[in-house]
Design a protein around this ligand. Sequence first.
Ligand SMILES: [Ca+2]
Length: 208
Amino acid sequence: MFRGLWNIPLVRKGLVLAVLLCGALSAAPSNAVTRAVLGDVTGDSRVAVDDAVRVLRVAVGLALPTRNDLRLGDVAPRKGVGNRIIGDGALTVADVLAILRRAVGLISDEDFGANLTLVFVEPDTVVLGPGDRQRFDVMVVGPMVTGVSWRVVGSAGGIISTDGVYTAPQKIIGVQKVIVEAQVDASIGTAEVVLDEEGAPPPPPPLG
Ligand SMILES: [Ca+2]
């Protein structure tokens, strides 16, 4: 096949390559699924002492937590508080110690929570007007057996495609809310969509 490709004129070869490339691109899902590791706030796919140091800096007020710090570094308490699967929404010395124990191999997958699947939807909140579209991405922490399935919860409706693109209803009365759910295995992540008949607010003016 490649020998045949070599023999056709250059322009046509370019066309063939372009068609092959387009096929490959359109076959890829349009929403991004990012994988992450519980406790790995530095993003190098392992839990090490530098992760504990980063969380310690946040815990003692030397650094402001990023969204990822709060998602991946909040590992204590192991049984979550409120509706959390794990953690309490705060980065404290308890999180630092758990990450440190994990880094040096003193804590099992089970006890650390590494066998839990956590799902986060990005953006986690958005304002849309009639007929507006929004693409949602997901971050999956921990094991992932199935793909992502999407659902819209709430009487105001709208539809979401299998690849996470939400389309607001054409008719919105006042301001309503729906929840977009992304399910991976038995775990669900959510985003809040505020539907406003006036449409989304204009972007803030540039600073300065
Ligand atoms: Ca915590």
